[in-house]
Design a protein. Structure first.
Length: 693
């Protein structure tokens, strides 16, 4: 990455930003004034760019486009077409022409007016339907809407509900409020009873207060007059009218769909313009000169210089970013063909800080591939994923983000196939037990269900390698600033953990050898006397590594501490406390046991599904059993594949994020987002084409 410091006369500023945006490779950073109040005034002020108008236009266009798209029917597009779809191409010159010739303000105003009327009519229709639904519930209550709404000269009514469990007590108390009260039971719901109560107008206040005290909840029913049947008929007539109005407004909307392409072109045009103005606003200026800070890839230097050299009223310098620029330098990720699919994983975690952390994508590639395979570990599931997601990745090759993610899932399938061969799993034990195929039944070097400890130890060994590799990356990165610090702070832990993990692994191997030899004939078993010699040699190396690492960790504590008696004591206990950090590494290491757990769970579920389906098949006569069993097998294994593949994806990723990245990765770097002519609906070019809009 290269740093560009640029000063340009205001008369050329806008044209220069346009040219740089057309190049599409310069990332502009925000320049701010010094926060130190004691510093001398710099004479700089922000470049004042008004964005409110263009923001409002974009927001209105977004609303209008969404409204028209939501009301105009579109042909259904299949998954394959969606994946392979690429935006149409339009030239920037054509976009500008459409923007200048199209009366945007008038057309937006007209569409917004139709939208308001359309939505008002829809809301009115919903209100009528709700009113009708409510009235129908009360149709057998004998309710008089004139009385309910206070239009009768002497009596008035109220509708509402009370708890069903207290109906008798409350109704009796209501009738006891006045001699001139009538209570009509309309209907009931699971927990409430709905009542219509009629009383004298002169006793209205008394009744309202009494009903409130008794727990009566009033509801507003309808402001109409007459009986309910007449009201419902009038509502039906209004529904017909309002529905007709909605269709009329919808036809107007369909007419405006002819302008949809123009709305989309102008929307993209304004997005590009807004991005340019936002970039222009990131600078600082004096009276007539604006200053900018930008970044571009090294390979684009010749192109950037060619643009800048066409201007006579600018001054610029191109330099290599220094250490103090790290937080501002944007990060552009670049990986090999094999590692590129795994950018989907590192992208979820965040960008590394420039100059402080390496891009982790290439480093997680082999580990994620292996971990995913162990977690899923079935040849049939892996083959299905490889074929399906490999095909979808090819279909979506023109959409890089989607294609990379599909490639990641396809590689996960390939890894699952490899470990499926090692474990002899092909849709569980389907082809080893129920539909026996000898070549599949005889495959498999390891059975996780018969030898779970072997898989557990293998997972922990992988975990140890993973953790040590992460610390090694941190050490290499630290060497850029201080080799001594890297040796004492990181290499010391590598040495110690190699000894510690080696002791655990060596103990396991020795136990396996001894138990294997003990199971042989007594004559052969006599050879076991030579094993302790092998143990002693290995243990000497391992203990040496542990002691050497511990010594380096203690020395590092003394090295960084104060050179006094008190400092010596503090350093001693500080070193011991650092060694206590071994427990954190052990905790991290045990996290890799999830590889065994996920692999076992997926295999066990697959075997259980196979057993249940074939038990059902065997209980049915002849071909009927197969007719039932085949769809059940397909559904059950698809279900298990979905759960297992998702679990493998998440947990293999978790081991990278929590255990691995914490050892060396410093996230939070700025993303490389250069000024570009990039829209949502169209791919923008500068090749003049006579396309009819």
């Amino acid at each position: 990455m290269r740093k560009l410091s640029l000063s340009v006369h205001d008369s050329s500023r806008e044209k220069l930003i346009i040219d740089l945006q057309k190049a599409g490779c310069l990332h502009i950073s925000l320049i701010t004034a010094p926060e130190d109040e004691t510093a001398e005034p710099s004479g700089l002020s922000p470049v004042g760019i008004e964005l409110e108008d263009i923001e409002n236009q974009i927001a209105e266009l977004e609303d209008v486009i969404g409204f028209i798209e939501g009301q105009v029917p579109h042909p259904k597009v299949g998954l394959l077409k969606k994946l392979s779809a690429v935006p149409p191409t339009v030239t920037y010159e054509k976009m500008g022409e459409v923007y200048r010739k199209f009366n945007l303000a008038m057309n937006l105003r007209e569409v917004k007016n139709i939208e308001k009327k359309f939505k008002d009519a829809q809301n009115r229709l919903l209100g009528l339907l709700k009113e009708k639904e409510d009235l129908i519930l009360w149709k057998d209550s004998g309710i008089d809407l004139d009385v309910l709404n206070g239009k009768s000269p002497f009596v008035e009514g109220i509708s509402g509900y009370i708890p069903k469990s207290e109906e008798e007590q409350i109704v009796e108390k209501i009738k006891g409020v006045s001699r001139y009260v009538e209570v009509f039971r309309a209907f009931e719901s699971p927990g409430d009873v709905y009542l219509y109560i009629v009383f004298l107008k002169t006793e209205k206040n008394l009744m309202i207060d009494s009903l409130r005290d008794l727990g009566f909840a009033p509801i507003t029913l309808s402001a109409r007059v007459g009986d309910i049947q007449d009201a419902v008929e009038k509502i039906d007539d209004e529904i017909v009218i309002v529905s007709g109005n909605i269709e009329i407004y919808r036809s107007f909307i369909v007419d405006y769909s002819d302008y949809l392409d123009k709305f989309r072109i102008i929307y993209d045009y304004l997005l590009i313009k807004r991005e340019r103005l936002e970039g222009e606003a990131k600078g600082m200026k004096t009276v007539s000169v604006s200053h900018y800070l930008g970044w571009f890839p090294k390979r684009e230097e010749k192109r950037i210089r060619a643009i800048l050299d066409t201007y006579s009223d600018i001054d610029y310098t191109v330099s290599v970013p220094a250490g103090e620029d790290a937080e501002q330098v944007p990060v552009m990720i670049k990986n090999s063909f094999l590692a590129k699919p795994f950018e989907s994983i590192t992208g979820m975690y965040g960008n590394p800080v420039y100059g402080h952390s390496p891009d982790a994508t290439a480093h997680i590639t082999p580990f994620y591939f292996i971990f995913y395979g162990i977690c899923l570990g079935d040849f049939g599931y892996g083959l299905f994923m490889l074929l399906v997601f490999g095909f979808l990745g090819i279909v979506a090759r023109k959409n890089p983000g989607t294609s990379r993610f599909m490639a990641l899932l396809a590689l996960g399938g390939l890894s699952s196939m490899i470990f499926g061969i090692l474990t002899g799993s092909f849709f569980g034990d389907l082809f080893a037990v129920y539909i026996r195929i000898d070549i599949i039944a005889s495959a498999g070097l390891i059975s996780p269900m018969k030898s779970p400890l072997l898989v557990l130890y293998f997972s922990l060994i992988l975990g140890a390698i993973h953790l040590l590799y992460g610390i090694t990356l941190n050490m290499i990165n630290m060497m850029k600033t201080s080799v001594v610090d890297a040796i004492f702070e990181k290499f010391s832990w590598i040495v110690f953990l190699c000894g510690f993990f080696g002791w655990a692994i060596f103990s396991w191997i020795t136990e396996m050898v001894n138990s294997s030899l003990a199971s042989l004939t007594p004559q052969t078993g006599n050879w076991i006397v030579h094993v302790p010699t092998l143990d002693a040699l290995g243990m000497n190396i391992i203990v040496g590594l542990m002691l050497g690492g511990m010594a380096m960790i203690m020395i590092n504590s003394f090295r960084k501490g104060k050179k006094t008696v008190g400092g010596f004591i503090v350093s001693f206990f500080g070193g011991l406390y650092s060694l206590y950090g071994t427990s954190a590494f052990v905790s991290d290491l045990l996290s890799y046991a999830r590889l065994l757990a996920l692999g076992l769970s997926g295999g066990i579920i697959a075997n259980v599904f196979n057993m249940l389906v074939f038990m059902m098949k065997d209980s049915m006569p002849g071909v009927v059993g197969w007719i039932v069993a085949i769809p059940l097998l397909i559904f059950s294994h698809l279900f298990n594949l979905t759960l297992s593949a998702f679990g493998a994806f998440v947990h293999a990723m978790r081991l990278q994020f929590v255990e691995f990245f914490s050892k060396f990765m410093e996230a939070g770097g700025a993303s490389y987002t250069p000024l570009r002519e990039e829209g949502v609906y169209y791919k923008v070019t500068h090749v003049k084409e006579e396309n009819k809009i």
